[in-house]
Design a protein around this ligand. Structure first.
Ligand code: PLP
Length: 449
């Protein structure tokens, strides 16, 4: 790279350091180092402002599912901006892309999940879903049924209520107080770290018993919903033990509790399906929240998707009843047009099949790292994977925090042209669905190095 580019990069980095508060800023390292200035993206690759290229195994932020730089997406977005850049969808207006996307999504969702409430991203989808749970139960004469049960290590977004529903230990270290009333947490299905090394079957039994006990403690007549990511993403790519999700769903049905699948990460191909709940885990949720791969990061977009059954309850009765949730950009015509084109590309290029095939190869190859002293556990499914680094393989003891092992590995990989995401002692990967076997080989070789 020439000097001019380096100066430009340094300038942008300094401006950013001076004026931007990034998501989840770690002030100490940000003030020391600043952020990488990304300039362009093509497929699974990013280029920084110094001209260095990286395989982006993070997939942006679990979201660049069809890969970056597609002319077809640019054209669709430009055409929609020219035609209708914005119109509101509050109550008495709609637009073509919003209506068409709603119908398309209904054709892809499981069961009778035919109702779409469009949002600006994942957090707002889960936030709206929280309100829907209370509203639905109020409408059917069960106003007490507002309590939510979620899991430890869950992440459901960054609004106040979604941060309260999530329970990642690393996010709750400050003195900041989140909502506590009516929000309960049970154990994460973290098999690798389960006490006493139970078999998968025994671990599932334990978790089901804990769920039943929690419902009994609160009172089933007060529990409105169970919120669960099918695979907990930023909590550490926690693949639940065999039978767990289906049995949790059965417990919900038994106690008249809504099952909410937070598919912000797991939908749109990461696990080789448009939606993972039913196709991967045999569960038909009452509510699905999604975002990210819905528009592959080309534009911000999310959706809360819920059943006809819920809709029939909330839409009938008292004339003066409103479901008070929605956003200026709900059903944004340009975002919806981008999401529709994104889905069309996924179908036309059969990216579900590529995710399934290359995902299986990725799983297999990443598992070869198990022979390394530092690798305690390789887990995940298909294009949603994670390496848990440990100081001692046998005891599973972690490195002390100050070693910052995930970050050290990520920084070293970055130098070698590979981006993996550090989350504490983990390195997490969620590459685009267009990943090739050659990319997998490079990724695994680089991580090994
Ligand atoms: N739910 C899950 C499972 C997520 O992983 C995320 C983001 O990573 C969110 C919700 C929040 O989505 P957003 O950042 O688009 O608001």
């Amino acid at each position: 790279t020439d000097k001019g580019q380096n100066d430009a990069e340094a300038h942008l980095r300094a401006l950013d350091q001076r004026h931007t508060l990034h998501p989840w800023t770690h002030f100490d390292s940000f003030e020391r180092e600043g952020a990488m200035v990304v300039e362009s993206g093509e497929g699974c690759y990013l280029k920084d402002a110094n001209g260095k290229s990286y395989l982006d195994a993070v997939g942006g932020m679990w979201c660049t599912n069809i890969g970056l730089g597609r002319k077809e997406m640019a054209q669709t977005i430009a055409e929609q901006v020219e035609k209708l850049a914005y119109s509101s969808t509050f109550v008495d207006m709609t637009n073509g892309p919003s209506a068409l996307l709603a119908e398309k999504l209904a054709s892809l969702t499981p069961g009778d999940l035919n109702r779409m409430h469009f949002t600006t991203g994942g957090s707002t989808a889960v936030d709206s879903a929280y309100r829907l749970v209370g509203f639905y139960n109020y409408c059917r004469g069960k106003p007490e049924k507002t309590h939510i049960i979620a899991r430890d290590q869950a992440y459901h977004g960054s609004t106040f209520v979604t941060m309260s529903i999530g329970n990642k230990a690393a996010d709750k270290v400050t003195e900041f107080q989140y909502l506590r009333d009516g929000i309960h947490h049970i154990s994460a299905p973290h098999h690798y770290r389960a006490e006493g090394n139970p078999s998968e079957e025994n671990f599932t039994d334990q978790l089901i018993a804990e769920f039943e006990a929690k419902i009994a403690e609160i009172g089933a007549d007060k529990v409105g919903a169970f919120f669960a990511e099918p695979i907990q993403a930023s909590g550490g790519v926690l693949v639940p033990p065999k039978g767990y999700l289906k049995r949790m769903w059965e417990v919900c049905q038994k106690h008249d509790i809504l099952f909410l699948a937070d598919e912000v990460v797991t939908a749109f191909g990461r696990l080789g399906h448009f939606f993972a709940s039913e196709d991967e885990f045999g569960v038909v949720p009452d509510i699905i929240t999604t975002a990210k791969g819905l528009s592959s990061g080309y534009l911000p977009m999310g959706a809360m998707i819920y059943s006809d059954r819920i809709h029939d309850v909330i839409s009938q009765g008292d004339e003066n009843r409103w479901f008070t949730s929605g956003y200026t950009y709900s059903g944004h015509p340009v975002c919806c047009a981008a999401a529709l084109k994104n889905i069309e590309i996924m179908e036309r290029e059969d990216l579900m099949q590529n995710a399934t095939e290359v995902g299986a190869y990725f799983e297999e190859q990443l598992n070869t790292l198990n022979d390394l002293e530092i690798v305690g556990n390789v887990r995940g499914r298909k294009l949603m994977m994670c390496v848990e680094n440990v100081k001692d393989k046998a005891s599973k003891e972690l490195f002390p925090d100050e070693v910052d092992i995930g970050k050290r590995i990520a920084i070293t990989a970055e130098g070698l042209g590979l981006l993996v995401r550090p989350i504490g002692h983990l390195n997490v990967m969620s590459p685009p669905l267009t990943l090739t076997r050659k990319d997998v080989d490079f990724l695994v070789e680089t991580l090994r190095a």
